[in-house]
Design a protein around this ligand. Structure first.
Ligand code: GTP
Length: 553
């Protein structure tokens, strides 16, 4: 394919505005997939994506399209819309020269529409606004056109109005991709320079790297080097994604495709790495800014004998999702495990679900927390800051964009859901890191008969300590078995007790008399149970009790 007939583009949008549906129509229109009634989110390949109806992984498809007698190769990258996966979007854009910015004709510009526009704008990509769902009864494409002109400074006559669901006017989208997005600026005569922008692990074939070729050519049998590890590999297969893998003889600069080169270890195909030909070193491509995790949670195997299997599952999945950070951790109650960092709560849930569905792992995930920096001095006396308004922009008469500075732990757990229900689903939300701020935080201990339970020590805001402490004490009371003495369950800040529950005494079976074999059975069961107990002072705590208190609700 001559470079001038190649277009690399991505579809970006706010969640549910119809990216995946538009991708389906583009695949059909170019004959990449057969036109049947059942083509629904073809590029959403993961089980979790189909169950939740959302895209979490960017996917690539190469489409062939004839226009005015010329054959074009259009490489399409479908990207996720939810704020937690914006890292996937920014990575995908590095392989593109343009984007289709899809906006719902009824909802208009939303938080991720703005965030995605700026990602594309900063990457200097051509932006084609596509107003979707014009078939809806209350669609108001003219209003959305005006919003686009006002907020993004794109003339309203550049908007393409379509219904991805019905296929209305989708050909104009293809036409615009060819006319308005420039071909990639690449040099085929130069030595190979390929960017690894995604990778997956296949049990049988090892690492499959998705690559965008900036310079040169790569063929089966070539010896290539990873700029990151300096290791050399022999290429065993190259091909395009159509949208399934289709081997080809070569991949040329300007193309997007995949490459298999006997990389067995998941650390060998770093996303953002540059591949070049053996003995023809090149300047590595800039790669990617590493993702910054916002939410941390402990992950442990349900059974410690599963530790190694879970370790390898986590390694393989983080290859496919490099935005997750992994550090080894251990807990007296739950054994050896990891502390994982995620971009948000949905990201955490999806990662957990993928581990279970794609790797058959069963894990214990502890309540998520956000990172804090502690300064051990009197500066904590400074008054805590809650949300601080930064600015306000009117998108049109009906919609306003507000910018606030929030403590991360206030937005991480249920903020998005509360916002949605308070605004009856009208408000949308996007966030970026604003750095550390001083706040009145306290370390809260949980005590059992006066002894601290290390696993349950948390950092909370001073104003919320009482309600959180009370909730933990109640949960612990419900999950601890009664024992031969009364147990005081307390939450404390320093030496001050802020919440208390009391677990009453357990009536010993011998007090009731009765059948001796039944008693022996009960005693045996108790003894077995003890193996899984942890002693805190004189109180025995079964592993289940920790799991119930620590686990995500
Ligand atoms: P994420 O992958 O989760 O980011 O969402 P998405 O932007 O890919 O949206 P998707 O294509 O999954 O569409 C969301 C919903 O809108 C689905 O129920 C689609 O059937 C519906 N939808 C998409 N396009 C149209 C359209 O043109 N008209 C109407 N009426 N509905 C549409």
């Amino acid at each position: 394919f001559p470079v001038e007939n190649i277009r690399n583009f991505s579809i970006v949008a706010h969640v549910d505005h119809g990216k995946s549906t538009l991708a389906d129509r583009l695949l059909e229109l170019t004959g990449t997939i057969d036109k049947t009634k059942n083509n629904k989110q073809v590029l959403d390949k993961l089980q979790v994506e189909r169950e939740r109806g959302i895209t979490v992984k960017a996917q690539t498809a190469s489409l062939f399209h004839n226009c005015e007698g010329k054959q074009y190769l259009l490489n399409l990258i479908d990207t996720p819309g939810h704020v937690d996966f914006s890292y996937e979007v920014s990575r995908s854009l590095s392989a593109c020269q343009g984007v289709l910015l899809v906006v719902d004709a009824n909802e208009g510009i939303q938080a991720q529409t703005v965030a995605n526009f700026f990602l594309a704008f900063e990457a200097q990509l051509s932006v084609i606004p596509v107003i979707n769902k014009i078939d809806l009864k209350n669609a108001d494409p003219e209003r959305v056109e005006n919003q686009i002109e006002k907020v993004f400074d794109i003339p309203s006559d550049e908007c393409i109005k379509i219904s991805a669901k019905l296929g209305t006017n989708v050909e104009s989208v293809l036409q615009a991709v060819i006319e308005r997005i420039p071909p990639p600026k690449v040099h085929r005569k130069n030595p190979l320079r390929a960017l690894v922008f995604d990778s997956t692990f296949d049990q049988y074939r090892g690492v499959i790297a998705n690559v965008a070729l900036f310079d040169g050519v790569v063929s089966k049998g070539d010896k290539i080097v990873s700029a990151h590890t300096q290791k050399t590999y022999e290429v065993s297969e190259v091909g395009v994604l159509n949208p399934n893998e289709q081997p080809t003889h070569k991949l040329y600069a300007g193309q997007v495709g995949y490459l298999i080169a006997g990389m067995k270890n998941v650390t060998e195909a770093q996303i953002g790495d540059t591949l070049y030909l053996h003995k023809q070193p090149v300047e590595p491509l800039p790669g990617f800014k590493s993702a910054k995790p916002m939410v941390f949670a402990g992950m442990y195997p349900v059974d410690q004998s599963e530790y190694n299997n879970l370790k390898s599952a986590i390694e393989k999945l983080t290859l496919n999702d490099s935005s997750v950070t992994v550090h080894r951790d251990s807990s007296l109650a739950l054994g050896a495990g990891w502390r994982l960092g995620f971009l948000g709560l949905l990201h955490m849930e999806v990662f957990n679900q993928r581990l279970e569905q794609e790797y058959n792992a069963s894990v214990i995930l502890t309540t998520p927390t956000v990172p804090y920096k502690a300064v051990l001095s009197s500066s904590k006396l400074i008054k805590a800051r809650r949300a601080v308004q930064k600015n306000m922009i009117f998108i049109d008469q009906n919609r306003v964009m507000l910018k606030y500075l929030f403590p991360l732990n206030e937005i991480v757990v249920d903020f998005y859901d509360s916002l949605k229900s308070l605004s009856s689903g009208y408000a949308s939300f996007d966030y970026e890191d604003a750095g550390y701020q001083t706040a009145e935080l306290v370390k809260m201990d949980i005590l059992l008969n006066g002894n601290t339970v290390e696993e349950l020590v948390t950092v909370v805001h001073k104003d919320k300590a009482h309600s959180i402490g009370k909730a933990i004490c109640e949960r612990l009371k419900d999950s601890l078995p009664r024992q031969l003495f009364e147990i005081a369950i307390q939450a404390a800040i320093g030496s001050k007790i802020i919440a208390r529950e009391t677990l009453p005494i357990f009536k010993n079976i011998f007090q009731y008399g009765g059948d001796i074999t039944r008693k022996m059975k009960l005693l045996k069961r108790q003894a077995e149970g003890k193996k899984k107990l942890r002693k805190i002072g004189n109180v025995e705590v079964p592993k289940d009790a920790f799991i119930k208190v620590l686990k995500t609700q």
